[in-house]
Write a protein that binds this ligand. Structure first.
Ligand code: FES
Length: 154
């Protein structure tokens, strides 16, 4: 369920707030960072640890799109294909991810290395195309540098 390290970190977070419910978001983030997603068991364990009702934990975890509820690859690529990025070649980048890694939108590579989600806009239209890999931001993507960048994520 929760690792010993996660329990320690969540208890530290809990001690920083007046009420346990306020520590819910960072606690869920700790679990997602460790496992890549929030399993139903993990959501329940966070609620038990914080003494927050299961329904409240589930409500928060499903409200925010940053939380994932199905297994993902070790690294999540969030690639923008909205207008500015599309004009600057984002669709071609999607093709490269497919041909190089066999990776399609809303899927995970067979080796579990990458998952790909297409984003609407990540606020980097001036330096499009852009993507996030986990929490790392990358812009001015080209057909060449996207592979160079992704090869750093094993
Ligand atoms: S359209 Fe891609 S970052 Fe805005």
């Amino acid at each position: 369920m929760l690792s010993e390290k996660a329990v320690v970190e969540i208890n530290q977070i809990k001690s920083m707030y007046h009420d346990a419910q306020s520590s819910l978001l960072p606690a869920l983030y700790v679990v997602q960072r460790e496992h890549g997603w929030l399993s139903p068991d993990a959501v329940e364990a966070v609620g038990d640890l914080l003494n927050v009702p299961k329904a409240a934990v589930k409500g928060v975890s499903t409200f925010y799109s940053m939380f994932r509820h199905k297994p993902m690859g070790r690294h999540l690529i969030q690639l923008c294909t909205n207008v500015a990025c599309m004009i600057m070649g984002a669709e071609r980048l999607v093709d490269i991810l497919k041909s190089r890694y066999g990776l399609e939108p809303n899927n995970t590579t067979s080796d579990g290395r990458f998952s790909l989600v297409i984003m609407e806009c990540i606020g980097a239209c001036g330096t499009a195309p852009a993507m996030l890999v986990d929490t790392d931001f990358h812009d001015n993507l080209t057909e060449e540098n996207i592979v160079e960048i992704l090869e750093k994520y094993k």
